[in-house]
Design a protein around this ligand. Structure first.
Ligand code: AMP
Length: 712
């Protein structure tokens, strides 16, 4: 086994180094640290390594082994400690010296031209515009002091980000030190310099990571952007280091920090300073040049090894940028031109049928996985029987799939010329694929439906709906756990969640086995968390309980309307079908559905058992400690993540409702305020278009503290 004692590159192995005397070890440790520092600089700062990665790792391993064998020589600033040593600091909030903004979007050429027109008006003439690819990754802010990397932070909510310094230190192309010559451009060398860019994961590495996750039974990432953000925000920096992350840098937090005139020069300087800068840039003088850059970028999109989702167009001159300034969300001197929906062809492997919680049967296209607009698409709904026939898609067909950004993918149709002879026309099932009972199609309905009360697929969907965020929000109770609980007979209806014990959950199999071939169970720590999540769900507001029961035609908003008139289960049980129809927002069908549901003995028994378990069965009546209803008459819409307040949208909605406000899911002319957290979605753009006032997290907090809507 002699070869085991030697590293592949001839360096002594861990066992060998233990035999050194203390003095020899100390000398070797010093020499190794110097050598590693030198190579780190060459590798990270100069992008010009002189030794292979394997040799570098080997030096590091030897140093680590020596420090372990001779702990008296271990120091906190050793290269071996630098990554691990940051663990405690993970994700401490970092307030950005200058706010990190988002970008306003132009969804098509017309909007892009309109933006350029507004720029022309603002300055009297169209100034040179710097066009860059919009990298679909995660924003990062890197701070250098005296030319050395001292801090890395995510964008967070724009004002405060997360400390990911230790993790970014492991990203290979981030220079630990700025190149000396580049420092001459610093306007204030004594001040820290914050540079910004994007961390991304190349498409190939994303696919490899997902294959690995699949093989190990771990959750896969939806797209390269999530994979980048997820890999960056690891508690253990060693994991980040293993992931293939890379960066493109493109901005500075404060234009005045560098003695440069504009964006174009900044990009050149970033390159000189040692950063990776995306090579696809253009300094455009005319509108037509900008449009041409956007078109050529769109053409290039699929052949690039990383994801892009548009082009960022920036007024080049810093002085002109400063003159234009910012809105509360984005710079006025830049715009993101978003690429149109992407279409790809792929194989339709099968059409399966999914049974929903109310028994609706939905045909689903099972596709050969394909990366479209940043995410892997392997399934797409085909809505209903008529839709399948209208689109004439057959198993074996090459189909065209369209997707835009985070939007749900859609099958557009088949490429008929590529249809194989044996392509199968789909036939709607006559029986439910889950329970085998005959299915029906009611008059005037497009959907097939399984009306069996004992259908296991419906039961599973009902359980999933009950634990979902919009209903009882039982954190951690995912599909896999529920499946196992059902399979083992511990849970068959929603009331059964409340009779589970910690042991029931702890002993539940995860379906995986360890190296010894033993089944891995959930274990007590997870079980304890689940038990407290179940306990917490008992005090969810009554309208969530009603919505959670999954009655047909009763969604979140109908449940709220219902509870306003019938604030307890007792009251609801006594209401006649006609009385229910009187409730605002409840139609004939919904009234019939509620009435029938509450008269089905199995459902009544579930409700009784829920009540006995302590699940709230009445709305909290306005008592003396009820909050003043200062927001009554106002309608709110929420978008984005309330990162700073660490609040889910459901919690925020509950707070608004507790003060009499209404919460709606879409922006319209009737919306009083949009509350926008981090990464707001299209609701934000709609609100701006409709001139609906937008509250940021700070303003929302003020609203909660004072109970008064702000005067904007
Ligand atoms: P969004 O995430 O849609 O709000 O778009 C804004 C984000 O685009 C910024 O926060 C950056 O992280 C990202 N981005 C990607 N590439 C660029 C670029 N070349 N210039 C500026 N921002 C970019």
């Amino acid at each position: 086994m002699a070869s085991d004692l030697k590293g592949g590159d001839g360096l002594p192995s861990h066992e060998a180094v233990r035999e050194l005397t203390a003095a020899e070890a100390e000398a070797r440790i010093q020499a190794l640290r110097q050598e590693i520092e030198h190579n780190t600089y060459l590798y990270y700062a100069l992008d010009a390594p002189e030794i292979s990665d394997a040799a570098y790792d080997s030096l590091m391993r030897e140093l680590k082994a020596l420090e372990e064998a001779h702990p008296q020589f271990a120091t906190d600033d050793s290269p071996t400690k630098r990554v691990g040593g940051y663990i405690e600091k993970q994700f401490t909030p970092i307030r950005h010296a200058e706010r990190m903004y988002s970008l306003d979007n132009a969804m098509d050429e017309e909007e892009l031209r309109a933006w350029m027109e507004s720029v022309r008006k603002l300055y009297g003439t169209l100034p040179p515009l710097c066009c860059e690819l919009k990298i679909d990754g995660s924003s990062i802010a890197l701070t250098y002091r005296d030319g050395l990397l001292v801090q890395a932070a995510t964008r967070g909510d724009g004002t405060t980000g997360e400390d990911v310094t230790a993790n970014m230190m492991g990203v290979a192309d981030v220079p630990r030190a700025l190149k000396k010559d580049a420092l001459d451009a610093l306007a204030h060398p004594e001040r820290p310099l914050e540079l910004r860019g994007e961390v991304y994961m190349p498409k190939g590495s994303f696919e490899a990571l997902n294959l690995e996750a699949q093989a190990e039974g771990r959750k896969q990432f939806a797209n390269p952007r999530n994979a980048a953000a997820g890999s960056l925000r690891q508690k253990d920096p060693a994991i980040t280091r293993e992931r293939d992350l890379a960066t493109f840098m493109y901005s500075v937090s404060d234009n005045a920090a560098l003695k440069l005139k504009g964006q174009w020069e900044l990009l050149q300087w970033l390159k000189e300073a040692g950063f990776h800068v995306n090579p696809d840039v253009a300094l455009c003088q005319t509108e037509e040049e900008v449009i041409a850059f956007c078109s050529s970028s769109l053409e290039k999109r699929n052949s690039l090894p990383y994801e892009i989702d548009g082009v960022v167009v920036k007024v080049n001159d810093f002085a002109l940028q400063d003159a234009a300034g910012f809105t509360s969300r984005a710079p006025k001197w830049a715009i993101a031109f978003k690429f149109p929906p992407e279409e790809k062809t792929t194989l339709l492997r099968d059409i399966t049928v999914q049974v929903g919680r109310t028994g609706v049967l939905t045909p689903v296209a099972e596709l050969e996985p394909v990366l479209i607009a940043g995410s892997v698409v392997s399934r797409a709904t085909l809505h209903n029987e008529d839709e399948v026939h209208r689109k004439d898609v057959r198993v074996g067909d090459t189909v065209i799939v369209r997707k835009a950004g985070d939007v749900i993918p859609e099958v557009l149709g088949a490429v008929i010329t590529l249809r194989p002879e044996d392509a199968l026309m789909w036939e709607a099932p006559k029986t439910c694929p889950s329970c085998g009972m005959p299915v029906i199609r009611e008059e005037g309905e497009a959907q097939l439906r399984c009306v069996s009360i004992d259908c296991p697929a419906q039961a599973l969907e009902r359980l999933l709906h009950w634990v979902s965020r919009e209903a009882m929000d039982i954190d951690g109770m995912g599909e896999e756990i529920i499946r196992r609980l059902v399979e083992t007979g511990r849970v068959s209806d929603v009331a059964d969640f409340y009779s589970l014990s910690e042991d029931d959950l702890a002993n539940l199999s995860t379906g995986r086995v360890n190296k010894e071939g033993e089944t891995i169970t959930l274990g007590h720590p997870t079980a304890r968390k689940l038990m407290s999540a179940i306990e917490a769900s008992k005090s969810r507001p009554f309208d969530r309980v009603i919505g959670g029961l999954g009655m047909r035609h009763i969604g979140k908003n109908t449940a709220t309307d219902l509870v306003e008139v019938y604030p307890s289960m007792d009251a609801l049980m006594q209401a006649s079908e006609e009385e229910l129809q009187e409730v605002h927002g409840i139609g004939e069908r919904a009234a019939a559905s509620i009435w029938a549901f509450l008269r089905t003995p199995d459902n009544v028994s579930v409700i009784e058992r829920l009540q006995a378990a302590g699940v709230s069965m009445a709305a909290v009546s306005p008592s003396e400690d009820a909050l003043p209803q200062t927001l009554s008459g106002l309608t709110f819409v929420l978008t984005g993540t309330l990162t700073e307040l660490r609040m889910s949208r459901e919690e925020a909605a509950d707070q608004l409702k507790a003060r009499g406000g209404k919460v709606s899911s879409s922006v319209s002319g009737k919306t009083s305020y949009l509350i926008a957290g981090d990464n707001p979605g299209s609701k934000y753009d709609k609100a701006v278009k409709l001139r609906v006032p937008v509250l940021d997290e700070g303003q929302f907090k003020a609203l909660m503290d004072t109970g008064e809507p702000p005067v904007l």
